[in-house]
Design a protein around this ligand. Structure first.
Ligand SMILES: Nc1ncnc2c1ncn2[C@@H]1O[C@H](COP(=O)(O)OP(=O)(O)O)[C@@H](O)[C@H]1O
Ligand SMILES: O=P(O)(O)OC[C@H](O)CO
Length: 495
């Protein structure tokens, strides 16, 4: 059997498909953006057909780029934007509504009401999450309550719910398989992460009929095969993980205490806590890092809503840069005597603050402040927010002490930002050779399951560092900057 594996990485703004060979080299890539729908303030939707169409087109592009046929693939791995919610008719395959995206806040009131009724303790105890519209459960209930007839059809077993992985799997297998993996299940607010099963109390709380739900499997598992009508042959689908979990695998963060942070539009940091299910006292999330051979590894997760999107704002909102890669040079040229702080709470603040009502602010402006100083403040804001996550992780779990941070995502191309990150964290920052770690993680799951790629130890041995950024800032300067940042955050928080 060949060692070629195809990874489908279905993200929030684009779909990517990548063919890897058995040396983890990228042989072919297809990428396509698709439309975002904003039907009301705070609402974000995707058309499921766009998700499917871009998956198919990028798969074909990636295969053509790799100059191989689908029959040359040993397997397929799927990784995806998490929490995004789809419901479709089991018989016709028709979606009952557009997908409700993870960023969508339409169920904020329901979450507030359930919190006021004291439901959050149970939710957090069972799922490791918070009662927030970010996760799938209240989105499912919204669809059942707002699409005419949906609740009755769901109760009759006529409808199926899925996160994006599940929907793609259903389509790829020609409607034969309705399943997901443990990491995606762990983001629904319906899955007991200790027992590894859908939770009846939570299904009742969120009014979600059991008949809607997919079967939950390990991340590396037999998920069926593609319908031959789609790629001309039946290719086994052998791995699934949510994108942040796949990046954790792609970064080979298998050991407890290992941590990765992905800097794309937002930033998601996951710290592997091994078999220990650490309950956060600092409003981080406890989540399933991955489940292999029936064994669950857990993680603490911190989510920052604005990372690379702050750079997009400098470009598209302020127009003070033309391209993202100009930002590092401008930050370098900024007046070192000025210290501006950008608190990028454009859509509220995520972990560890979770203030949905906070809005962005820029502090420390003087008459001589200019574009360079503002750009520097934007890049530094990403570093300060990561430091807040790391501090919260250290307070929650003593073993997080001397972590090395493995980084990936579009923003890590910026050397200036990575050096400043190491300085602010006071910890080494490792940038790997393969930056497509999310896709690589999904590919590894499928390769491992198909027996053509190595197990954890073998894969970890193949992980290569491109550069290590070491802290070089004096502790006086770091402490002064952190004090200024925390003052800025305090002034921005609404409660
Ligand atoms: N050299 C750079 N310096 C700073 N930010 C960058 C640089 N290159 C890309 N980015 C930022 O990285 C983000 C893109 O990363 P990517 O991982 O593709 O994001 P996503 O998968 O969330 O769409 C953009 O927000 C962009 O502004
Ligand atoms: O699509 P991304 O890479 O921004 O990731 C989205 C996250 O999975 C949401 O939880």
């Amino acid at each position: 059997m060949s060692g070629f594996i195809l990874a489908i990485d279905q993200g929030t703004t684009s779909t990517r498909s990548i063919v890897f060979d058995s040396d983890y080299r990228i042989c072919g890539v297809g990428q396509q953006e698709f439309p975002q729908h904003f039907p009301a303030s705070g609402w974000v939707e995707h058309d499921g057909e766009d998700i499917w169409r871009t998956a198919l087109e990028t798969i074909r592009f990636a295969l053509a780029g790799a100059k191989i046929a689908a029959s040359d693939l040993a397997g397929i791995g799927i990784t995806n934007q998490r929490e995004t919610t789809l419901i479709w008719d089991r018989a016709s395959g028709q979606l009952i509504h557009r997908a409700i995206v993870w960023q969508d806040r339409r169920t904020a009131d329901v979450c507030e009401r359930l919190k006021a009724e004291g439901a959050e303790a149970l939710v957090t105890e069972r799922t490791g999450l918070l009662l927030d519209p970010y996760f799938s459960a209240t989105k499912i209930a919204w669809l059942l309550d707002n699409v005419p007839g949906a609740r009755l059809r769901a109760e009759a077993g006529e409808l199926a719910f899925g996160t994006v992985d599940s929907y793609l799997l259903w389509r790829l297998t020609g409607g034969a398989v309705h399943a997901t993996d443990a990491t995606n299940a762990s983001r629904t607010l319906l899955y007991d992460i200790a027992r590894g099963e859908w939770d009846e109390d939570l299904l009742r709380l969120f009014r979600v009929p059991r008949a809607l739900l997919p079967d939950v499997r390990d991340c590396a598992a037999d998920f069926g095969s593609t319908d031959p009508a789609i790629l001309g042959t039946a290719v086994p689908i052998a791995g699934i993980a949510g994108d942040q979990h796949a990046a954790t695998l792609g970064q080979a963060c298998f050991g407890p205490g290992m941590m990765k942070a992905t800097y794309g539009t937002g930033c998601f940091a996951l710290l592997n806590t091994g078999t220990e299910r650490v309950a956060s006292r600092n409003r981080l999330l406890t989540t399933i890092a991955y489940r292999l051979d029936g064994k669950t590894s857990y993680a603490l997760e911190g989510s920052i809503f604005v990372a690379g999107s702050a750079i997009q704002w400098l470009r598209d909102g302020l127009g003070i840069i033309q391209r993202a890669d100009q930002s590092g040079g401008m930050a370098d040229a900024a007046d070192p005597e000025q210290q501006l702080y950008l608190v990028p709470a454009f859509t509220g603040l995520g972990a560890p603050w979770w203030d949905a009502h906070a809005r962005g602010a820029l502090y420390g402006l003087t008459r001589s402040s200019g574009p360079n100083e503002i750009v520097k403040a934007a890049l530094e804001s990403v570093c300060f927010q990561t430091r807040d996550l790391l501090d919260a992780m250290r307070r929650d779990w003593a073993s997080a002490g001397d972590t090395v941070l493995r980084v990936d995502g579009g923003m890590v191309a910026s050397d200036w930002t990575m050096q400043r990150l190491a300085d602010i964290l006071d910890a080494p920052v490792d940038r790997p050779v393969v930056l497509e770690t999310t896709a690589l993680g999904a590919a590894w799951l499928a390769g491992r399951q198909r027996g053509v790629w190595p197990d954890e130890a073998g894969f970890a041995a193949g992980w290569r560092r491109e550069h290590r950024f070491l802290p070089a800032m004096t502790s006086d300067e770091r402490e002064r900057k952190l004090a200024g940042w925390h003052d800025a955050v305090r002034r921005t928080l609404t409660a």
